[in-house]
Design a protein around this ligand. Structure first.
Ligand SMILES: *[C@@H]1O[C@H](CO)[C@@H](O)[C@H](O)[C@H]1NC(C)=O
Ligand SMILES: *[C@@H]1O[C@H](CO)[C@@H](O)[C@H](O)[C@H]1NC(C)=O
Ligand SMILES: *[C@@H]1O[C@H](CO)[C@@H](O)[C@H](O)[C@H]1NC(C)=O
Length: 308
């Protein structure tokens, strides 16, 4: 039986609102966490848009072929594929979580070091950018395999340059219509609005959720305030979410000093050209729980300007 690793998502929205643009030197953003709500993917309990269009959980996966960067990949249960496992991973750069996963040396290393024998992995892209996504994923894993001295693993990895929606087999049905559990199914976003803007700015975000950092965004309105690099407590944040740059100190130090400044949360933005990263603690820091939520996003020039 093929093992299908299915990545679906729900949309989680943090709305933000820039106000006070004219009042005082420091303007504020307002963040509101809307409830999590699933978009367009229906579970099998609700009427599916295409009932019976694809396999159900537990069904034997039908044979298929897809083009890859290195030729054709064929899966055929009649030809011995049942003795192997197949993992299908679908990438989208619209997910902060997946961007972080694919940019992280340690996660790539654990994949190349920990992949069992007799397991094939098929990497797909959900987007129109499938060709460049496939090339990029292959490059990331080539490098990780070379660093780990496990180049032989590359024969088990297959990169498809055709977007999922254009595969023309059962895989899109499974990826779009099977449910996904757990918090990394979502396409988490931050939505910023300002009285000065006609349209909101919406960007992907990666929430930092660890044992030492259990804070959650709540369904209320927050303001946002620029707090520089966030490495030192700032006297002036009372209740606002801190907008801080990465760098100059650890993520832990930023969250801790912003909590001390009475921030209600922290949005760390990556410096230009840097990916969204894992915001975990190191060593002893990990034993000190902090109570506010934190997330990582890309730098957004208009937001930074609105905060000046
Ligand atoms: C993913 O998106 C970020 C910006 O959102 C961009 O800098 C990066 O190059 C993209 N990566 C890929 C593989 O498309
Ligand atoms: C890091 O600290 C230096 C010196 O205080 C400052 O000039 C710089 O802007 C800081 N970097 C970031 C990314 O905030
Ligand atoms: C944070 O809030 C507490 C309680 O309201 C207050 O005593 C403290 O002075 C505040 N700290 C800062 C840095 O504003």
């Amino acid at each position: 039986m093929a093992l299908l690793c299915v990545l679906l998502w729900f949309l989680l929205v943090v709305t933000a609102h820039v106000t006070d643009a004219q009042r005082g030197p420091r303007s504020r953003l307002i963040l509101t966490e809307a409830s999590d709500y699933p978009v367009s993917w229906e579970s099998r309990n609700t009427p599916s848009p295409q009932p019976g269009a694809g396999p159900e959980p537990g069904d034997r996966a039908p044979a298929f072929q897809v083009p890859t960067l290195d030729g054709k990949f064929s899966y055929d249960p009649a030809e011995g594929a049942l003795k192997e496992s197949l993992v299908i991973h679908a990438f989208t750069n619209k997910s902060g979580f997946l961007e972080c996963l694919w940019s992280s040396e340690s996660s790539l290393k654990s994949l190349v070091k920990g992949l069992p024998d007799r397991t094939q992995v098929l990497f797909l892209s959900l987007d129109d950018s499938a060709v460049s996504d496939a090339l990029w994923m292959r490059e990331q894993l080539d490098r990780a395999a070379a660093h780990s001295g496990r180049k032989e693993i590359l024969t088990q990895l297959h990169f498809c340059p055709v977007p999922v929606f254009a595969l023309g087999n059962w895989i899109p049905n499974v990826l779009y219509y099977w449910g996904c559990m757990g918090h990394n199914c979502g396409l988490s976003q931050a939505v910023f609005t300002s009285d000065a803007w006609k349209m909101p700015i919406i960007i992907k975000r990666l929430d930092a959720r660890y044992d030492w950092l259990m804070g959650r965004w709540s369904a209320k309105t927050y303001q946002l305030a620029d707090a520089g690099d966030g490495c030192k407590p700032s006297p002036s944040l009372g209740g606002a979410v801190a907008w801080v740059s990465e760098g100059n100190c650890s993520f832990f130090t930023k969250v801790q000093s912003m909590a001390k400044s009475n921030a209600s949360g922290v949005l760390v933005y990556s410096l230009p050209g840097n990916p969204i990263q894992d915001m975990n603690c190191v060593d002893l820091q990990c034993f000190l729980p902090l109570g506010i939520p934190a997330a990582m996003v890309h730098q957004e020039v208009s937001v930074a300007q609105a905060l000046r």
